[in-house]
Design a protein around this ligand. Sequence first.
Ligand SMILES: [Zn+2]
Length: 370
Amino acid sequence: MDRRWGPIVFGVALVLTFGVLVVLGTAGAPDRPARAEEEPVAQGKAVPPNWMRKLRPGEKPPQFVLFSFDGAGSHDHWQRVLPIADKVNAHVTGFLSGLYLLPDSLRGTYHGPGHGAGRASISFGGTDAEVTTRVADLNSALAAGHEIGTHFNGHFCAGNEPSGGHWSRADWTSELDQFFDIVRGAATRGLKVPEDEIRGGRIPCLEGDPAAFLPVMAGRGMTYDTSLTSDGIAWPAQKDGVWEFWVPVVKVPALGNKKVTMQDYKLWYAMNGAREEPARDAEFTAATLDTYRAAYQAAYNTNRAPLTVGNHFNDWSGGAFSRATEQFMNEVCVRANTVCATYSDVLAWMKLQDPAVLDPFRNKPHAQVS
Ligand SMILES: [Zn+2]
């Protein structure tokens, strides 16, 4: 939760989190088995893209847009996102909930910190066949140049105590160790996502003490996190041993410029308290799309800070938010001076830069929707 908002928001966050739990709990794993998309064979890592180079003095950074999907276990959503990404030359990041790779038959092997064996706020992986489908999806995504990170396992948010917001460093260590245990276990089912290619993540509900979880991620050799919020769109900064890619808090034009954390669920909550209200689905899609467009334009016109678009693979409000994200990906990734890339891609690009060229942009005020 955003600590700068203080206790007023805490109550809202509690309500909001209950909403997430209800949605996740009742929706279950939305995945259905089917064959994975064919992947273009030669795409990806062999030839660096033309934007992966040092900026010339005075040159503006490309506008990076980081599409990321929490959960990353929905076959239907991968089936939709992968072809769009391929068409518009985007690379995206899936933050995997480890439990989606743990079949129900093995649920007892997971011990969420402070919780009983086999307990979680989200579904486990279902049948062996469902896990196999997910393994194929993740393999396809990685082979196509997308990135896989962690969304940890049990998705324990405020109200389901002890939740991530109260976990200690030891708790986060246990949670992350178990995530990697599950990933290693899935290798025997054909998962081809090497542990050392899982370089970052996002904590569930954005709830956790950074002083507790960031050092744990750094201690595992992870290089980035994208769980903390920033007022406006800001450049990634080093924090407790990892690079923090901030989830921006931006003005939402459709809500009279009220500021909201730019994430699907938080937008939905701000729009109608996160209730299914089918008559308004199209309105929510439009409002979300307008928010993304305004945030992009704000960054593009000023500090060029990478824009994090944080979503889940959920069909909330009739899929209103997924549709907005997919449409935004379709339109923004093909724009001039714009690159839709993974977190690790952007970090690699940042490492190439001369600080004297990049600092004038990093030092600008955070980009704000006007
Ligand atoms: Zn989540």
